[in-house]
Design a binder for this molecule. Structure first.
Ligand SMILES: Cc1cc2nc3c(=O)[nH]c(=O)nc-3n(C[C@H](O)[C@H](O)[C@H](O)COP(=O)(O)O)c2cc1C
Length: 379
């Protein structure tokens, strides 16, 4: 539904495009049975959603819900308007060098045309880089847009989520970042509770932010969570999921323990950082930055092994899945990938790259999970 040949602003303005979805249409399905799945006790028709990023506005969330994604995440918002990095923001990863935990891989990219998409989605081998810089509308705009979501976004086997993050502005220090995190958590919580929603997600793992991602530093992560908790104590009915990136296996137990003391779940993984070059070895992203996040097929193994580690830690800490959720994200394209994530310990699976140009993925999963639905009219 996202047109990578246009800027972020044009995609937001024009809304989701059926031309950029498989078969050129948006599927609409209606589940016909009672929900059999759940996340944190919230009933879901499918253990499937779309993570923060591809759903730019309420119009995008609505299309994802109608296609059958039971837990769509409205894109990460900020406490003030924030510009997107210049176009191009999304490119296709053609080659990836080997990486070690301390060496960033080199990703060679080409433009993402309809032909490239069609071919790579068909083969299940689509990997992309994306660099947007987490753009955001001003809070009065995004909260108004979020409030326009239909009732079925928060009931009857579906639960929409709002993602937010604190902002690190040039020249400002850590204290200002924490204050901004508290402010943004409050604004996001107000928007979600006004609609009768139950779930918020906090992003602490953007690989394109200035400075190291917060989640890799236990002290910084703890302070950011405490800053959000300060606002969320006034919203006891809301549940907070924390979006992390890939962790060193030996760090996982301490991180899960720390997050579980302050929040209700973890979603992982965010994109992996890589140096991005075109076929001439030149920088290729509109941001002009050397590196960007990569996602899709090439990160699935890392995402699955992260989920196994998170699940082991949840078990070791004696955490109940109805109290502390795990959301698997990364390289999920098929129902069999969804099964793999559930087997690795996830309660729900989210797909960005595998779903944003193939919304039929939800109905494929429903068929494979034996979940009954009827086809609605095509748009
Ligand atoms: C276009 C795009 C935009 C994204 N923006 C965000 C974001 O704003 N916040 C966030 O937490 N993750 C963001 N992500 C990361 C995804 O939520 C997800 O963690 C990642 O893409 C891995 O999943 P995938 O392999 O299914 O794409 C974005 C991903 C894509 C593809």
């Amino acid at each position: 539904m996202y047109n990578p040949l246009l800027s972020y602003e044009d995609n937001l303005r024009q809304g989701p495009s059926p031309e950029w979805n498989a078969e050129g249409v948006f599927p609409r399905i209606h589940f016909t049975d009672k929900p059999k799945f759940s996340c944190l006790g919230i009933p879901l028709h499918l253990p499937l959603g779309m993570p923060a990023g591809p759903l730019l506005s309420a119009a995008y969330v609505k299309v994802a819900l109608e296609a059958g994604f039971s837990m769509p995440v409205y894109k990460t918002v900020r406490s003030a308007a924030w510009k997107s990095h210049p176009w191009p923001n999304v490119l296709s990863v053609e080659k990836l060098s080997d990486a070690s935990p301390r060496v960033r891989p080199l990703a060679q990219v080409i433009p993402l045309s309809k032909n490239v998409l069609g071919e790579q989605l068909k083969n299940g081998r689509l990997s992309i880089t994306n660099a947007f810089g987490v753009p955001s509308a001003a809070p009065e705009q995004w909260s108004k847009d979020f409030s326009s979501l239909p009732d079925f976004a928060f009931s009857a086997g579906a639960m929409s989520v709002l993602s937010f993050q604190g902002s690190r502005r040039n020249g400002q220090g850590w204290k200002e970042f924490l204050d901004d995190t508290t402010l943004c958590a409050r604004l996001a919580a107000e928007a979600v509770s006004a609609r009768g929603g139950k779930l918020l997600e906090m992003n602490v793992s953007c690989p394109n932010e200035s400075g190291a991602p917060i989640y890799t530093d236990l002290k910084a992560l703890t302070e950011a969570l405490d800053a959000a908790a300060l606002a969320l104590q006034d919203f006891p009915a809301l549940r907070l999921i924390v979006k992390l990136g890939q962790l060193e296996p030996e760090a996982v137990l301490a991180v899960v323990e720390r997050v579980a003391q302050r929040a209700h779940g973890i979603s992982a993984i965010n994109t992996l950082s890589a140096n991005i070059v075109d076929s001439n070895g030149q920088r290729a992203l509109g941001s002009g930055a050397e590196h960007g996040g990569i996602c899709g097929d090439v990160i699935r193994d890392a995402a699955l092994s992260s989920m196994r580690n998170l699940s082991r830690a949840r078990q070791a800490l004696g955490l109940d899945k109805n109290e502390f959720a795990l959301v698997g994200v990364g390289g999920c394209f098929t129902a069999s990938h969804v099964f793999d994530f559930l087997e690795a310990g996830a309660d729900v699976v989210h797909a960005a790259t595998g779903a944003m140009w193939n919304l039929q993925f939800a109905s494929e999963c429903a068929r494979n999970f034996g979940v009954s639905f009827s086809d609605g009219e095509k748009q």
